[in-house]
Design a protein. Structure first.
Length: 400
């Protein structure tokens, strides 16, 4: 749901009734991951996708039905050899879908609206909803902030005057889910929590969907060259917040990089050190060093390779790489740290132009991020949609 937050935030502002279908779990080769969503308003307008087209029609009708009867529902879709014409995924995978009506006046609308607004602003937030469990607990929502505080409840409807705990719920349920959701938010993860049955809690097992929205990951491009301009464009396309940094003010200009979110004139290593100290880089940050000039590269990479970032790549020929590696070794950078460096940067696509080179760099970044091999899928015996992290599942025995 939070992946289409900007559009849904507008719908909330316009006072539209809508229902949202969200992918809860996937199995096998499925085109979309947990958190992917399709929303439908009262007029039949749709936004988003849960399957890339395979089951959109059926999910659309589920949303329309949810708006009519006001009931949340969970449905599974998969491929059936017994009925090739049944609604399902032609790719052979399975997906579980949670459909939640969010009309004006719904108990959870205010909480969901706050989560959508936060995500639309690019702020970190997590929204938890009951995906499977007792009927009296469905329809609630919990908005969890990075500091662990939360709004709303998963315990069903509150009394009409808004006082007291949610009817049919238990405050410990909200506290436990908030704690788990905060941990998932810290990691930028979306998935399900399975809570163990506890008579003092609700008497039945619960499955809770937690969707996390975090600010866009950063791509910092060092070296204001023509290849950097192409990389900035594709970085923005992939959803990164892109910064260009170069010590030469004549090259680091807005005219040369109109699509960059930020342009910085500073020595690369000095800028990266300041960003690291200020918490401006994290485990999702990618660093692309395109200067291929030792006086810039070596002090920059000496720092970059010791930071817990997702990717560090450096442009240059194999001869340049060997010289750079020797300089880094002489500077005291260890073997394991130097092994993190992707150099020469990018995948072997036979790239020549700046645009082709940017594509090869971006392809390597995606492969590292998603656990891909970079090999052609034709004839390969590898999953098309690898799940490198495995299912996101927390198990809580008792939260009373």
């Amino acid at each position: 749901m939070l992946d289409i937050a900007e559009e849904l935030d507008r719908w909330v502002g316009q006072g539209r009734d809508f229902a949202v279908a969200t992918v809860v779990a996937v199995g096998g080769s499925a085109p979309r991951q947990p958190g992917a969503a399709l929303a439908v308003d009262r007029e039949g307008t749709a936004v988003g996708s849960v399957s890339g087209g395979c089951v959109e029609g059926a999910v659309y009708e589920l949303c329309r039905q949810a708006l009519e009867d006001g009931e949340s529902v969970r449905e599974s879709f998969g491929y059936s050899d017994d009925d090739a014409f049944a609604v399902g995924l032609t790719c052979g995978g399975t997906i579980d879908i949670l459909v939640t009506p969010v009309p004006v006046g719904a108990p959870a609308r205010e909480v969901i609206a706050a989560g959508l607004a936060a995500a639309a602003r690019g702020e970190a937030a997590a929204v938890a909803r009951i995906a499977e469990g007792p009927a009296q607990l469905r329809g609630g929502a919990l908005l969890v902030h990075p500091d662990g505080s939360y709004e709303g409840t998963l315990g069903g409807h509150r009394p009409p005057d808004g006082s007291g705990p949610a009817l049919g719920g238990h405050p410990a349920l909200d506290r436990a889910v908030a704690a788990e959701a905060r941990a998932m938010l810290d990691a930028g993860r979306t998935g399900v929590l399975e809570l163990g049955a506890d008579g003092r809690l609700c008497g039945e097992p619960l499955t809770v969907l937690v969707e996390s929205s975090v600010p866009p990951p950063r791509m910092i491009v060092f070296g204001a060259i023509d290849f950097a301009a192409a990389l900035v464009r594709i970085g923005v396309f992939l959803g990164y917040r892109v910064t260009v940094c170069d010590a030469r003010p004549v090259f680091a200009t807005r005219n040369r990089f109109p699509e960059a979110h930020e342009i910085v004139v500073d020595w690369p290593h000095r800028y990266l050190a300041a960003q690291s100290a200020a918490g401006g880089v994290d485990g999702r940050t990618v660093l692309c060093v395109l200067t291929h000039d030792a006086k810039f590269d070596v002090p920059l990479l000496e720092l970059a390779l010791r930071l817990p970032v997702a990717y560090v790549g450096a442009m240059g020929s194999r001869r340049t790489h060997e010289d750079r590696d020797a300089r880094l070794r002489a500077a005291g950078v260890g073997e394991l740290e130097r092994a993190r460096l992707r150099s020469p940067i990018g995948l072997d696509l036979g790239a020549r132009t700046p645009e082709e080179t940017a594509l090869s760099i971006a392809a390597e970044i995606v492969a590292v991020r998603r656990g891909g091999t970079g090999a052609a899928l034709t004839g390969a015996r590898v999953p098309i949609h690898p799940d490198t992290a495995g299912p996101v599942t927390g198990r809580i025995g008792s939260v009373a």
